[in-house]
Design a protein around this ligand. Sequence first.
Ligand SMILES: O=C(O)C1=C[C@@H](OP(=O)(O)O)[C@@H](O)[C@H](O)C1
Ligand SMILES: C=C(OP(=O)(O)O)C(=O)O
Length: 433
Amino acid sequence: MGKLMIKKSRSLMGEIKIPGDKSISHRALIFSSMGEGESIIKNFLFSQDCISTMNCLRALGTSIEICENVIKVKGNGINGFREPENVLDAGNSGTTIRLFTGLLSGLPGIFSVITGDDSLRRRPMKRVVEPLLGMGAKIWGRNGGNNPPLAIKGEKLKGRDHTLSVASAQVKSALLIAGLLADGETSVTEPSLSRDHTERIFQYLGLPLIRNGLTLKTHGIEGFKNKDFNIPGDFSSAAFIIAAGLLVEGSKIVIKNVGINPTRIGMLSVLKEAGAKIQILNQWEEGGEPIGDLIVEFSILESFEVRGEIVPKLIDEVPILAIIATQAKGKSVFKDVGELKVKESDRIKAVVDGINKMGGKAEIIDEGFAVYGPTKLNGNEIETYNDHRIAMSFAIAGLLADGETIVESNSISISFPNFGETIKKLGGNIIEL
Ligand SMILES: O=C(O)C1=C[C@@H](OP(=O)(O)O)[C@@H](O)[C@H](O)C1
Ligand SMILES: C=C(OP(=O)(O)O)C(=O)O
């Protein structure tokens, strides 16, 4: 198993470019496979999760070629998928299995089985399976359909209104994809706004979508023509570099080409309130997504609170925000973060245990956890549960800690394959063991 060893580092300096956004890379591939004609995808994220999506789409008959860092997809249209000959493997990727469950349910005559790794087979699927059953889908799975493998017999679905109990972009997207394949109208209402990349892709591709507050409405279509994508850098990966810049004394880092979609950058508003020196320099748009260059400087931070409607806008940044909280003055509180228990690992437990193991102070509270700061951190070997965001969060903590911090590193390729090199390039003390 690969490991990283991280030691206390002096100021991190320089300019870096963040790899493509994971959420948008999955979606660009899926929509290009559903469309007609060729689509070129630039700045695609070559990470394990996105490769799982690519392999599943190839197994459904889509031609996907990699030519010098650019992806060429030949879409066969929504009626052009073929039955996969083998079990589809979504690996570690919740986004892959949930979006595919929406897609596969609406492909009449196609039988498929989709599964994933140990972590994915524990994650809840009922949130997507149940609403799809209501549209006439035929899905079977372990534990009453809640756990993969899922077996799906594609059907002509019937449009339906859905009210979600969790703000989940994966569930919303699965239902909107199913809605495109269904007869009649489908609507999805979320309790609060989750990342809206799917909606932006609908608009970019000219697919039917009407927003009324938190309700989205779409309807069945015959097909659509493909368009090219140029994918912004992943804000969720940039978040680790932002944290390093804020926490390592004397640092100043420029991060180029980062997606700054308002439904993704909740972390920026929380940190600005806490006194962080982060600026967005140039801003522009690609394929309906806002992008910018960021500049981050070492900052003295006050404690902060994360709760309510902002949570879906920083859901994947909670672990790294918890590390930042160890250096912020006072008690930082994270509430309404129950969804973290059903990610790649129980991220609340992983973060609280890891911070305490490094000599920081964190505790579980009602509906979340609290972190006290500023505290001195001591290096240690941290249990990451093979969760990429936990591994990267504690690697950043290691840049501040006395002694050596060790984290498992294989999981990092799930979302940020060149994480270690990027930290090293900025002057971080990080070694592959
Ligand atoms: O739709 C997406 O691309 C994602 C949505 C979020 O999950 P949920 O929909 O489960 O909140 C997020 O945590 C995940 O990393 C990616
Ligand atoms: C939760 C994540 O991804 P997924 O749900 O796609 O596995 C993540 O990347 O932090």
